[in-house]
Write a new protein. Structure first.
Length: 101
């Protein structure tokens, strides 16, 4: 197990395994990100947007998380909700598309 997580070309084949694992995780992350953009955020931002643009428009928002009587609430201002079309984002998140393999 140790040889899978070694970095670089130390140990010969172990470096190749690490590169393969890193490459696989990067491909998986890219696939999940692209499906998120297509399935959830397509109505809010263009599908061809870069990751930084998606983060700035969707993730980097002014919000407050409040825990009260065993409930967690996300508080957003009305302007933020209108700017990111939060109602559409929320509806899209509630109806996930199946991933066909």
């Amino acid at each position: 197990m140790r040889e899978i997580f070694t970095y670089g070309s130390v140990g010969g084949a172990s470096g190749n395994r690490c590169s393969y694992l890193e490459h696989s995780y990067k491909r998986l992350a890219a696939f999940l990100f692209e499906t998120f953009k297509e399935d959830v955020t397509a109505e809010v931002i263009p599908i061809r947007s870069y990751a930084t643009s998606v983060r700035r428009k969707i993730v980097d928002i002014g919000a407050k998380i409040v825990k009260k009587s065993h409930m967690i609430t996300l508080k957003l201002s009305q302007s933020v909700m209108q700017a990111i079309k939060f109602d559409k984002l929320w509806a899209n998140c509630q109806n996930p598309s199946p991933i066909l393999i």
